[in-house]
Design a protein around this ligand. Structure first.
Ligand code: ASP
Length: 423
């Protein structure tokens, strides 16, 4: 019997999870086993398996990626292209968020501030952030102890170290260079093989994660939050299905539909894990094996992008700050809106690729423009589901970057013969 393609398996798992979450709710039991505990157990197993791969994968792929670029000119050119692409697409996303929020104005007319107990508890975790945290982003880039960065999952520090390591590995005498680089190449290949194993369990893991979210998240009845939700969703959809595909078509000169299809397993995993970092192994696998981008490009562009390039997050941060202002009836002038755009762009670079990471950044933005930070409680009821959606856009943005940059480097064979490549 022909195997159902992975993205269909995942889609079916998500549909079943939504149905189970809605039908059984959060209190159902099978015998003495609480269904919710079963979801949590299986979902955590799957997430742990993905997370276990992140540190070695990021280090090995950046080291081999940078070392593989070879020449100093090649490295400079590729870095410039990658950063330009990241900043430009993130800025587009923020401006889109700004435009939609100014047109729809979902927060205008709010009479009640939503502050559930859960919202208050989460608020306590993120309060106390300020503009000084932006300086913290830069401080994180130079870690004092790279092992500590690895243990704590501080990706920016790890990325800087790996970039330096890869760059200077190319300066070694050729026999040593071969040994060092080959070692990391080997580590990288092993990580991808383990990823493929973990991917086989993706439909089950994703089922558990989504069923848990659906079973525990109550449906919110406040109109403004619902309109905010729809507005952000519309922005994310436009970014993901109009702007990025247009760039893939015009700059990458490949079919966006084929590209979306190739990236579907990674996008669906991003949706269900709400974590760019946890999705990284799949993003790399799909980009190389299904989209046909070379290791040279994908191992440089993608691990960097998983932390640094977050289109969906930047759009959301900007929209959230404007929503809070609208809810409190505060008119923001051009300067304040400009500050929000700039901060959304900058903080999205420092936001970790983990669930709810942008809440801290939103507090920074609210403080910076003088909005009440407790206003973040307004968006918390819809944060998780929007997190799933924005993470999908985050990783699709990275994947588009890989294709566009690979094409600009003259790569051929991208997204050709997709049917043979597709698993
Ligand atoms: N969950 C997002 C990610 O991992 C970050 C965020 O916006 O909270 O990409």
């Amino acid at each position: 019997m022909k195997r159902i393609p992975l993205h269909w398996q995942i889609l079916i798992a998500i549909a079943l999870a939504v149905a189970c979450g809605l039908v059984f709710g959060k209190d159902a039991h099978i015998g003495s086993l609480a269904l919710l505990d079963a979801y949590t157990f299986v979902g955590t197993l799957f997430l742990n398996a993905l997370k276990m791969l992140i540190v070695p994968l990021v280090v090995a792929s950046i080291v081999t990626g940078v070392a593989g670029i070879g020449s100093v000119q090649g490295f400079g050119r590729l870095s410039m292209k990658t950063l330009t692409y990241y900043v430009a697409t993130t800025l587009l996303a923020v401006l889109l968020g700004l435009l939609l929020m100014n047109i729809v104005r979902p927060g205008v007319g709010t009479t009640t501030l939503v502050a559930t107990d859960e919202a208050k508890a989460r608020l306590n975790q993120v309060q106390g952030r300020g503009v000084s945290d932006i300086a913290g982003v830069f401080l994180q880039m130079i870690p004092t102890n790279v092992v500590k960065s690895a243990v704590e999952g501080d990706m920016l520090g790890l990325i800087t170290f790996s970039l330096l390591f890869g760059y200077f590995a190319t300066r070694l005498a050729s026999n040593m260079q071969t040994t060092v680089v080959n070692f990391f190449r080997g580590v990288y290949d092993v990580m991808l093989l383990i990823t493929e194993l973990v991917m086989r369990f993706a439909p089950i893991g994703i089922f558990a994660l989504v069923a848990k979210v659906v079973a525990t998240t109550g449906v919110n009845s406040f109109r403004q939050v619902a309109v905010f939700f729809v507005t952000v969703l519309a922005g994310l959809i436009i970014q993901n299905f109009v702007i990025l595909p247009l760039l893939v078509r015009t700059l990458g000169r490949v079919s966006p539909l084929r590209h979306l299809r190739a990236m579907a397993p990674a996008m669906l995993t991003a949706f269900s894990t709400a974590s760019s970092s946890a999705t990284l192994p799949l993003t790399m696998d799909c980009t190389e094996k299904r989209a046909g981008v070379s290791k040279r490009i994908s191992s440089f562009v993608l691990p960097l992008g998983a932390t640094v390039n977050m289109n969906g997050t930047a759009l959301y941060e900007c929209a959230a700050a404007l929503f809070v202002a609208q809810c409190y009836g505060i008119q923001l002038g051009f300067a304040a809106q400009f500050t929000i755009v700039l901060l959304a762009l900058l903080t999205s670079i420092g936001v970790a690729g983990i669930p709810s990471a942008s809440l801290g950044a939103i507090i920074i933005i609210l403080n910076a423009v003088g909005l009440p930070p407790e206003g973040i409680a307004l968006i918390l009821p819809v944060d998780r589901i929007l997190d799933m959606c924005r993470t999908t856009v985050n990783i699709y943005g990275d994947a588009c970057g890989a294709v566009i940059i690979a094409r600009s480097e003259g790569e051929t064979g991208i997204l050709t013969d997709l049917s043979a490549r597709a698993k």
